[in-house]
Design a binder for this molecule. Structure first.
Ligand code: GLN
Length: 331
């Protein structure tokens, strides 16, 4: 894949500067509740940015593979929307932030729905909605969907999958509670396996940036030209990412950083500046809420430096694009 079309862009130096600055941050701990995740290298650190028209910038360990974990959730939510339409999906999962941990065993008392598709309960409910003849077919459709966003074939890491399956009792409890309320179909083992497979898909942070850029580009992968999701569902996915993507830090994230994003306990974060670019960060040490410490810091600094908050007047990242393409305004 071509590295960059404009090697001299000052933006590359900016990313290198951020990488140097935050590489020294030693806060956070790698996840251990899924034993395979405990083997992650805490020093691994990559940042990638891909513009909505396909320029790419990478720094650090941008090609180191890790499990996508919860970063898969908004994309599977998008697939559920395509498979069933908005109303049928919303009958099974809400769109309210919880302010609770991602693995909270809690459903909405009034509707019995999980609160949103970004916490595990809602994610398992959306995984349940993936259509297919059988498990193999649903699995293939899931991987094909991720592959369209990434622009290459996606594989599942067996060790991570087995590790999740061996220890996923909390997710099993959540799924059975939802089965009890008729929120998911009576094929809990299959759906949980599919959910564990989805979380164990391997990506690097360049992939995350391309996935973000695809959402930033209205659902079309800017590197392959392939549509990954119907245009009408892109804003549904992005709104949930903005309100619920960073779990119990989502409100603070929306306030301070203000761009739709999703984190995963593998250390990945994807962030989307609509119409402008996707950002992918990889750094396994997590804060107590399960978000990559360096990932949050990098997104915060990029947002503040370039005025990326989507509610900022005149947003659309002009400052960012100026740095990526210095001569773009004919100056
Ligand atoms: N597979 C993880 C789990 O179900 C995903 C959680 C996450 O990335 N926050 O616990």
């Amino acid at each position: 894949m071509s590295k960059m079309k404009s090697a001299a862009a000052p933006f590359r130096a900016t990313l290198q500067e951020l990488h140097r600055k935050y590489a020294t941050v030693a806060d956070g701990r790698v996840a251990t509740y899924i034993p395979e995740l405990a083997t992650a290298d805490p020093a691994g650190f990559g940042i990638s940015v891909v513009t909505a028209d396909g320029l790419r910038f990478d720094v650090g360990d941008a090609e180191r593979l890790f499990s996508i974990q919860s970063v898969s959730k908004p994309f599977v939510f998008g697939l559920a929307l395509e498979d069933h339409g908005r109303e049928r999906v919303l009958a099974k999962v809400g769109v309210e932030p919880t302010g609770e941990a991602f693995n909270a065993i809690v459903l909405d008392e009034a509707t019995n729905r999980p609160f949103n598709p970004m916490v595990n309960a809602g994610a398992i409910a959306t995984t349940d909605l993936i259509r297919g003849e059988d498990h193999a077919d649903r699995f293939k459709r899931l991987l094909a969907m991720l592959g369209r966003y990434v622009g290459r074939e996606v594989f599942v890491d067996s060790a991570t999958f087995l590790s999740e399956r061996a220890t996923g009792h909390r997710n099993r409890a959540i799924a059975h509670l939802m089965l009890n309320f008729g929120m998911i179909e009576d094929r809990v083992d299959e759906t949980l396996e599919l959910y564990f497979q989805q979380c164990s898909a391997l990506v690097d942070c360049r992939d995350l940036a391309v996935m973000g850029a695809t959402l930033a580009n209205g659902g079309v992968n800017p590197l392959t030209g392939e549509r990954a999701i119907e245009a009408r569902y892109v804003k549904d996915v992005l709104s949930i990412m903005l309100s619920c993507g960073i779990y119990d830090f989502a409100g603070e994230w929306a306030f301070r950083i203000g761009i739709p994003a999703k984190s995963g306990v593998g250390g990945g974060i994807v962030a989307v500046i609509p119409g402008v670019a996707g950002i992918g960060v990889y750094s396994p040490p997590l804060d107590e809420r399960g978000n990559s410490v360096r990932g949050v810091l990098v997104c915060k600094e990029l947002s503040e430096r370039f005025g990326l908050h989507i509610l900022e007047a005149g947003h659309a990242g002009p400052a960012l694009l100026d740095e990526i393409r210095p001569g773009r305004r004919g100056g």
